[in-house]
Unconditional design. Structure first.
Length: 391
């Protein structure tokens, strides 16, 4: 659904650019909370946010057929919002769109505000609103998270199609009725939404089956792992029978969270040390995610459908494509997801995909690292009243 330059006139393009900039600014502030350590996995969100952006970039290269002569691809707003939070999700998709526009001439540069508004903001907001509503009414189980992921992703795609139609009605440059655009866009994107829902539900389900603590939308469904530390036994009196120390309890498995009030402790009795939250490394998940993104972009993308996606097909059928202008980055060595001067299509496309994954991962991780550092600096200031420069 990448909108090229020329489809939308300059005033509306500027207006959507302002909306996109404001939304990104708000998301940067909101992402500080989502990337902060809240005891429910927030401290582990930051290193995975860049990976989510890279994964969305890779899967967007996998166009799948939805109808005769039409294909679709992942938009990613629902997936990002559920995995790392809605504010961080807006930033993830925005980073993907920026990299695609600058490096691969995919989506116009003057239309970047249109694309961020449509593909990053609308999909994320709609998907997460639907997701939270469903999670509240469904049983508090992991399967409910997967079901809610499917439905929210499904609805987010036609919502984006509606948003594009509204933007087109305000600033479309072609002489095509809004009704025709609406009917064509919503019709094909309902089908694309099914593919979006399947990809989102499968990905969320896979992560939640292995590490539910890493899924933002599943926070609160399980307690963090705890290491139970056995109290140190007092020295036995001379001549007393020897007793074996109690075995250290194993780490507790994730269990449904339940609010309970503990009885007040007797200060006269020695107390066992408090349970220590177990810190589980995200390294394996991160490496697996990077590997999956590289395989999708570097190999599987060669077999993606070559048919135009939903917006391209509608533009061709309605004559809107005649308004498209040359992309400012059309001479990029990576334009059209191929490496310039490499004639082998499989090698050229695969290498371009790998470069795109690496670039998106680096830029996305850098953005979220800075956001997290600012969060840590703010926390430090609130703790001791000093600014980071005074520490």
């Amino acid at each position: 659904m990448h909108v090229p330059d020329g489809f939308i006139d300059a005033p509306v393009s500027v207006a959507t650019g302002v909306v996109a900039a404001a939304a990104v600014a708000v998301s940067l502030r909101g992402a500080r909370r989502e990337l902060g350590g809240d005891g429910l996995g927030g401290e582990r969100t930051a290193p995975l946010a860049g990976l989510v952006a890279a994964f969305i970039f890779a899967v967007q290269m996998l166009n799948f057929p939805v109808a005769a002569g039409t294909s679709g691809h992942l938009l990613g707003g629902a997936l990002a919002a559920i995995l790392v939070g809605p504010f961080t999700g807006v930033l993830c998709v925005s980073v993907v769109l920026l990299m695609q526009g600058v490096l691969f001439a995919d989506g116009g540069l003057t239309a970047l505000g249109v694309n961020i508004t449509d593909m990053a903001i609308v999909t994320t907001v709609v998907a997460y609103a639907v997701f939270r509503g469903l999670v509240k009414v469904l049983p508090r189980k992991r399967r409910s998270v997967t079901v809610a992921s499917f439905v929210s992703a499904l609805l987010s795609v036609p919502a984006a199609a509606l948003a594009f139609t509204l933007i087109y009605a305000l600033g479309g440059t072609a002489d095509v009725s809004t009704g025709k655009v609406l009917t064509a866009m919503v019709g094909v994107h309902v089908l694309i939404g099914i593919g979006e829902a399947a990809i989102t539900a499968l990905t969320v389900g896979a992560v939640i089956a292995v590490r539910p603590d890493l899924v933002y939308g599943a926070r609160g469904l399980s307690k963090p792992l705890e290491l139970k530390v056995a109290p140190v036994a007092a020295p036995a009196a001379p001549g007393a029978p020897r007793t074996e120390p109690a075995a250290t309890a194993p780490a507790a498995e994730p269990a449904p969270a339940a609010a309970s009030e503990a009885a007040p402790a007797d200060p006269a009795e020695p107390q066992a040390p408090a349970p220590v939250p177990a810190r589980r490394s995200t390294k394996r998940v991160w490496l697996a995610g990077v590997a999956a993104a590289l395989v999708c972009a570097g190999g599987i993308s060669y077999y993606a459908s070559a048919s135009p996606d939903g917006l391209e097909k509608v533009a061709q059928d309605q004559g809107i494509d005649k308004q498209a202008k040359d992309h400012a980055a059309k001479d990029s060595p990576l334009a059209d997801y191929s490496v310039k001067d490499i004639t082998d299509a499989r090698l050229s496309g695969g290498l371009a995909g790998v470069i795109g994954v690496g670039a998106t991962l680096a830029v996305g991780s850098g953005v979220f690292f800075v956001v997290r550092r600012r969060r840590d600096a703010a926390d430090e200031t609130r703790t001791d009243g000093r600014t980071p420069e005074q520490v």
